[in-house]
Design a binder for this molecule. Structure first.
Ligand code: NAP
Length: 260
């Protein structure tokens, strides 16, 4: 019988590519996103990950139909850029709610199903969760939260046979760049914000193909004991390695040079 996968944020980019890819590999895929771009490859439930009651109902419906939920991939997320000084409270709350709080709530909900299937939980963080980027401070913090949450959660739920993996993609060519919320106020930052945003946008649009992340996810699904965290992209793996051996002040200095 096909393994049943739920993936959030399946209407674009990494989520859409992964939903189609896993479906082509014989998985039964259900997406959850606010837009429906699923086509015939998989079923998409329209929903906002912040709407806890709706997400709970969607999980119940899928379990009723399939009798098992084997894999949950928390992928939905978006970016925000600009000076923290000028960030609106609404945007600050929205980024942490969608990227971190909703992911925590959804993981909590998923555990009872994954316990039954001895399944897998995959959380999509970002290299920015390890190498925090100026003018993307809230985004970086939300993704650092995803990483630490995943590691701690694994120690709680591995006893039930559930495997948790956190994936940290580097810049990836998706709808993420266009969807990014930008706080435009620049006063006092001497054009550094504009330069920084243009650099990050450029890096993303020249970045990894989303299929590379999908293939990494497939490898995780095939492994009996997948790694707890995986950085995707050769150069990003190298930067993450450097971060481990270099003093924090030096790493932050370099990040400021590149993005600050
Ligand atoms: N692209 C990169 O460079 C990069 C690098 C590292 C990590 N990531 C992470 O990878 C994940 C996927 O991003 P992507 O690059 O594929 O960007 P994307 O093309 O913009 O896709 C984002 C997906 O998240 C969904 N989403 C956003 N807010 C949602 C909400 N409130 N409820 C339900 N779904 C929501 C969107 O669907 P709807 O708008 O239809 O709801 C969309 O399907 C994100 O967590 C992102 O932080 C991306």
């Amino acid at each position: 019988m096909s393994k049943v996968v739920i993936i959030t944020g399946a209407s674009s980019g990494i989520g859409l590519t992964t939903a189609k890819f896993l479906s082509s590999k014989g998985f039964k895929v259900y997406g959850i996103s606010r837009r429906n771009t699923a086509g015939e490859d998989f079923v998409n439930y329209v929903g906002d990950v912040n709407d806890t009651e709706n997400i709970k109902n969607i999980f119940e419906q899928i379990y009723k139909i399939e009798g098992s939920i084997d894999v949950v991939i928390n992928n939905a997320g978006f970016g925000i850029a600009g000076a923290v000084e000028y960030a609106s409270n609404e945007n600050i709350e929205q980024i942490f709610n969608t990227n971190l709080i909703a992911l925590v709530k959804l993981s909590s909900l998923a555990i009872k199903y994954l316990k039954l299937s001895k399944g897998k939980l995959i959380n999509i963080s970002s290299v920015a969760g390890i190498l925090p980027i100026p003018f993307q401070a809230c985004y970086s913090a939300s993704k650092a939260g995803v990483l630490n949450f995943s590691l701690a959660l694994d120690s709680e739920i591995s006893r039930f046979g559930i495997k948790t993996t956190c994936i940290l993609p580097g810049d990836t060519k998706t709808g993420f760049t266009k969807a990014r919320v930008i706080e435009n106020k620049e006063e006092g930052y001497d054009g550094h914000i504009k330069k920084s945003i243009s650099k990050m946008e450029n890096d993303e649009q020249k970045g990894l193909e989303p299929l590379i992340i999908s293939k990494t996810i497939l490898k995780v699904l095939k492994k009996k004991n997948p790694p707890l965290k995986i950085t995707v992209g050769a150069s990003y793996k190298f930067f993450v390695f450097l971060n481990r051996i270099m003093p924090t002040r030096l790493v932050n200095f370099l990040l400021k040079k590149i993005y600050g």
